[in-house]
Design a binder for this molecule. Structure first.
Ligand code: TYM
Length: 329
């Protein structure tokens, strides 16, 4: 039987090249081998303050980019997280099985807490909702970028804890991290992750919606160094290493193969080659986005996706409730 894969993207802001290389593209490539299930994590989005209009726009964009990148609703299930209310119910149960000590150790929580901003309870228990997202569908594999690996490991621990306490119930999921491109860095500060919510660093972030000219300019003005050698050396040449990663990931080649193509090549020429592959990819995405935005069938995609996924989620929640003694039937 094909292994079951699940993952999602939060419609918080415009999708970036990091989301595409670290998550979306791997989802699409997985369709050859796995039973692919991908959702829009709209509930995760409201763990931070969000403008409703912006959320609605982002939500449509994520769906259109899923389709534009080649996720095929005939082969894969695409759904909206909140269309399966059993997920939130299981999320509460999972939060009761997760020690606060583990939540306190989550890097994303610690980083936000350190900024001193006021955080919601939902933000704190965010990883327990992720656990429910994964285990409710009995997923084997969870492709994510480097920054989400810790959350998938927490899901693994919680599923194991549940099985030990209440009997064999959940499949234990495994994070899948792309060999190349699991952490694309900002073009302006290559020691920081390229992030959709990086408001100050727009020049460092390529958005999937960026006009090709704008994207090209961002790549051409990416921060590099004065060493003048195109080499993968994260420590001393983080900017060049990041550009090599982007190039290799989009070309589907190894970093070594990418390096070999730019021996004795000047930075300007190298950057142009990177900009060319990025722009080719964006052009393909923009064409798909426009095509799907015009066709009326996108509304059906999410409904059909939820219709297919919900019965399994309901059965799983029943099983959990029975195992825990919550169910009186
Ligand atoms: P989100 O929306 O922040 O990111 C979506 C996916 O993109 C990856 N990613 C990156 N990969 C490489 N380089 C980058 N610069 C980069 N930035 C983001 C993320 O690692 C992620 O895989 N909590 C999740 C959404 C979620 C989820 C889940 C994922 C909710 N439930 C269950 C998997 C399984 C999130 O906020 O991802």
């Amino acid at each position: 039987m094909r292994k079951k894969m699940i993952s999602g993207i939060k419609p918080t802001a415009q999708l970036t090249l990091g989301n595409y290389i670290g998550a979306l593209r791997p989802f699409v490539l997985s369709q050859e081998e796995y039973d692919v299930n991908v959702f829009i994590a709209n509930l995760h989005c409201i763990t931070m303050p969000i403008d409703p209009e912006e959320l609605e726009t982002n939500l449509k964009d994520v769906l259109l980019f899923y389709l534009a990148s080649g996720l095929d609703p005939k082969r894969s299930n695409i759904f909206l997280q909140s269309d399966i209310p059993e997920i939130a119910q299981l999320g509460f149960i999972m939060s009761c099985l997760t020690p606060m000590g583990e939540l306190n150790r989550m890097t994303q929580f610690k980083d936000k807490k350190d900024t001193g901003m006021s955080l919601s309870g939902g933000f704190y228990t965010y990883p327990t909702l992720m656990t429910a997202d994964i285990v409710i569908h009995q997923a084997d594999l969870v492709p994510v970028g480097e920054d989400q690996k810790q959350h998938v490991e927490l899901a693994r621990n919680t599923a194991e804890r549940f099985n030990n306490r209440f009997g064999e119930t959940f499949v234990i999921p495994e994070p899948v991290i792309a060999k190349v491109g699991s952490k694309i860095m900002s073009l302006q500060d290559p020691t920081k992750k390229m992030s959709k919510s990086d408001k100050e660093g727009e020049k460092g972030v390529v958005y999937l919606k960026d006009d090709l000219k704008v994207a090209r300019k961002k790549i051409m003005s990416a921060v590099t160094d004065s060493l003048g050698v195109v080499k993968y050396d994260v420590e001393n040449q983080p900017g060049i290493a990041n550009l090599l990663t982007i190039y290799a990931a989009l070309k589907n080649i190894s970093i070594k193969e990418a390096e070999a193509q730019f021996v004795d090549v000047q930075y300007g020429t190298f950057k142009k080659a990177v900009a060319d592959v990025v722009c080719d990819e964006l052009e393909m995405l923009h064409e798909g986005y426009d095509k799907f935005a015009q066709g009326g069938f996108v509304d059906d995609v999410l409904r059909q996706g939820a219709d297919k996924m919900r019965p399994g989620a309901q059965a799983m929640l029943d099983k959990v409730q029975k195992a825990m003694g919550l169910d009186w039937k």
